[in-house]
Design a protein around this ligand. Structure first.
Ligand SMILES: Cc1cc2nc3c(=O)[nH]c(=O)nc-3n(C[C@H](O)[C@H](O)[C@H](O)COP(=O)(O)O)c2cc1C
Length: 241
């Protein structure tokens, strides 16, 4: 039960503050073209592995991180840390360590089927994007939090939450007119050591962000169409009828 109405429509529900959901009015028809415009923009996003060395302002990266951090998360714990690296010496160290692991992956550690799946993407153990991109954002998943007294705070659905935040991070970079790559060097424990993260944080993904190089090529991939990814139980028809 809501009690009282305070500043900005703030009310208490079972003693917890709630505020009115702020949204602009949209008609049902408008949702179609808005969704279509967003889909068109999303279609243009590609994973980029060839970056221009042109710098990107720190202010842009700050906004991208804040956008990613608006992601839904289990019990609103926001169990992520984004470490944004522009420092060239640190980027070189990350690249060297990542390439060392990837050399082992590509020369024996990855099974044949994985290598075959990667072949069309043209990836190998050379990771120029880690030093060419002006920024690399290393995302860490927090297994638990710490309160003001250093006591553990339980986190819920950590990997699902961080995965969603990473999707929003990549989308935010794209919306800013930048390119990004989702890079998962494996194993990636070296990142926690290199970046001095506490033991309750696990490296989750590396996201180089920057402008694509002028002659950047991307694999000519096809995305699944709606019939392959969507199943509808609509109001007037049962699928298969
Ligand atoms: C969880 C995950 C891990 C990925 N790891 C790598 C990686 O380590 N190296 C890489 O070059 N691309 C990596 N990718 C990018 C995919 O190869 C890419 O998203 C896919 O080929 C589709 O291309 P697109 O992003 O341009 O649509 C990863 C993507 C995801 C979602």
């Amino acid at each position: 039960m809501a009690q009282g109405s305070g500043e900005g429509g703030r009310v208490l529900r079972e003693g917890h503050p709630f505020v009115p959901y702020q949204t602009e009015p949209v008609t049902a028809e408008e949702t179609i073209w808005r969704a279509t415009a967003h889909r068109d923009a999303s279609e243009r996003r590609r994973s980029v592995r060839e970056f221009d060395r042109r710098d990107v302002p720190r202010a842009t990266i700050e906004q991208i991180l804040l956008a990613a951090s608006t992601s839904p998360s289990g019990a609103h714990r926001q169990p992520w840390t984004f470490v944004a690296v522009r420092n060239p010496a640190i980027k070189v160290k990350i690249r060297e360590a990542a390439e060392e692991e990837e050399r082992r992956n590509y020369s024996g550690r990855m099974p044949e089927d994985w290598l075959a799946a990667l072949a069309p993407l043209g990836t190998d153990e050379v990771k120029t994007h880690l030093t060419d991109a002006p920024w690399i954002v290393v995302v860490f998943a927090q297994k638990h939090g710490l309160d003001d007294h250093g006591e553990r705070v339980k986190h819920y659905y950590v990997r699902e939450s961080v995965g969603m935040a990473c999707g929003m991070l990549v989308a935010a970079a794209h919306a800013a007119g930048l390119a990004a790559l989702t890079h998962t060097p494996s194993p990636m424990a070296f990142l926690g050591e290199l970046l001095g993260r506490p033991s309750h944080e696990q490296a989750y993904v590396v996201v180089p962000i920057g402008f694509p190089s002028p002659d950047c090529l991307v694999p000519d991939i096809r995305r699944k169409d709606l019939a392959e990814v969507g199943v509808f139980f609509d109001v007037d028809r049962i699928e298969g009828d």
